[in-house]
Design a protein around this ligand. Structure first.
Ligand code: CA
Ligand code: CA
Ligand code: CA
Ligand code: CA
Length: 356
C-alpha cells in the first residue's frame, strides 16, 4: 500500500516537473537565434523584409522609421552612431539649410516634399550600389547572368547546407526532395516564394536568367512597377483572411502569419493596433470606403509617389509646427530633433540665432 502510494506520488511529481520544465522553456529562444543567424549570413543575397523609404515591410508591418529614413537619406547611420549632441545639432542645422530651398529660413510642405523625393532616390542609389556586391556573390564566374539553380545553391548554402552536395544533386538532376527533413527546417514555402519572385524579376523576353538589373529588382522590388505589384500581392495574400484579395480593417489589424512569437508583446501594445487603424483609415484607404484594394496598397507603398511624399511632408511639419504656420522653422526642428533624426538634443533652445 505504502509503496503504491509512493509510486503514484513520484509519478505525479514526475509529470508535474516535466510539465513545468516544458512551460518554463523560453519559447522565443530558438526563433531569436535563427533570426540573428539569418541576418548575418543572408542579408547579401536574400530579399530584405525591410526596405528603406518604403512604408510597409514585406511581413506586413508598418515601417516605423519611415519618416526618419526619408528625412535623413543616406546620412541615417551617421546619426545613429554619432552620440555627441553638438555634432548632431550642427548636422541637423546643415540639413535644415539644404531643405530650405528658397532660403527664407522656413521649410514649406513643398520644400519638404522635394527633399523627401531626393532622399528616397538616395536610398535607391544605395541599394543599387549594394546590389553590385550581392550580384557578385551569386555570380562568381562573372558572366553577368545567374540561373535559378545557381541562386538556389547559394541560398541553401547560406542556410547551412553543403554547397558542393547541393550543387552536385542539382547538376545530376536529382530531386532535392531527398533532403526533405532538412528542407523542413527552412520556413515552409520559402523556396517556392523565392522562386516565384525570381521568375517575376526576369524581364521579358524571359530567359530564366537574371542580370544585375533584374537581380536588383529581385532584392529591391520598390522601384520596379511589376515587382511592386508582386510585393503588394504577397502582402495582401498574407493578411487577407477571407480570400477576396482586399483588406478590411480587421484583417489589417490582426497579426500577419509567421509573427506569432511576438503575439504577447503586441497584445500588450495597444499602440500597435491604434497606429495601424489610423494608417489604414487615414492614409492607405485612399477613397475611405473601409476597404483597401491592391491598387490602394500599391499607391501607398510606391516610394516615388509624389502625392504620398507631400502628405508625408505635411505630417512631418504638423508634428513640430508649434507656431502653427504650416512650415518648419529652425527652432522647431531642433526642438523635435528626436522625431526627425532619432537622436535627442539637450541644448536645443540655446544659440539658435547664433548660426545666422
Ligand atoms: Ca523655405
Ligand atoms: Ca479580405
Ligand atoms: Ca478603399
Ligand atoms: Ca512653424
Amino acid at each position: 500500500m505504502w509503496r503504491r502510494n509512493l509510486l503514484s506520488v513520484s509519478l505525479l511529481l514526475f509529470v508535474l516537473l516535466h510539465f513545468m520544465d516544458v512551460s518554463a522553456r523560453p519559447a522565443n529562444m530558438s526563433a531569436a537565434k535563427d533570426k540573428a543567424q539569418e541576418n548575418k549570413d543572408e542579408n547579401e543575397i536574400l530579399p530584405p523584409d525591410h526596405l528603406n523609404g518604403v512604408k510597409m515591410e514585406m511581413d506586413g508591418h508598418l515601417n516605423k522609421d519611415f519618416h526618419q529614413e526619408v528625412f535623413l537619406g543616406k546620412e541615417m547611420e551617421e546619426f545613429e552612431e554619432d552620440t555627441e549632441p553638438r555634432r548632431n545639432r550642427k548636422k541637423l542645422i546643415e540639413i535644415f539649410t539644404k531643405v530650405d530651398f528658397n532660403k527664407d529660413r522656413s521649410i514649406s510642405a513643398k520644400e519638404m516634399q522635394r527633399w523627401i523625393m531626393e532622399k528616397t532616390e538616395e536610398h535607391f542609389q544605395e541599394a543599387t550600389m549594394e546590389n553590385k556586391n550581392s550580384f557578385r556573390a551569386v555570380d562568381p564566374d562573372g558572366d553577368g547572368h545567374v540561373t535559378w539553380d545557381e541562386y538556389r545553391i547559394k541560398f541553401l548554402a547560406s542556410k547551412g547546407f553543403n554547397e558542393k552536395e547541393v550543387a552536385e544533386k542539382i547538376k545530376n538532376g536529382e530531386d532535392l526532395k531527398l533532403d526533405e527533413d532538412s528542407l523542413n527546417s527552412l520556413h515552409s514555402g520559402v523556396l517556392e516564394s523565392l522562386k516565384d519572385r525570381w521568375f517575376q524579376a526576369d524581364n521579358p523576353p524571359a530567359d530564366q536568367l537574371l542580370n544585375e538589373e533584374e537581380f536588383l529588382s529581385f532584392l529591391h522590388p520598390e522601384h520596379s512597377r511589376g515587382m511592386l505589384k508582386y510585393m503588394v500581392k504577397e502582402i495582401v495574400r498574407d493578411l487577407d483572411q477571407d480570400g477576396d484579395k482586399k483588406l478590411t480593417l480587421s484583417e489589417f489589424i490582426s497579426l500577419p502569419m509567421g509573427t506569432v512569437e511576438n503575439q504577447q508583446a503586441q497584445d500588450i501594445d495597444d499602440d500597435w493596433v491604434r497606429e495601424r487603424k489610423k494608417e489604414f483609415e487615414e492614409v492607405i484607404d485612399g477613397d475611405h470606403n473601409g476597404i483597401v484594394t491592391m491598387e490602394e496598397l500599391e499607391e501607398y507603398m510606391d516610394p516615388m509617389n509624389e502625392h504620398n511624399a507631400l502628405n508625408e511632408a505635411k505630417q512631418m511639419i504638423a508634428v513640430a509646427d508649434e507656431n502653427q504656420n504650416h512650415s518648419l522653422e529652425l527652432d522647431e526642428i531642433l526642438k523635435y530633433s528626436e522625431y526627425f533624426t532619432g537622436s535627442k538634443l539637450m541644448d536645443y533652445a540655446r544659440n539658435v540665432h547664433e548660426e545666422f
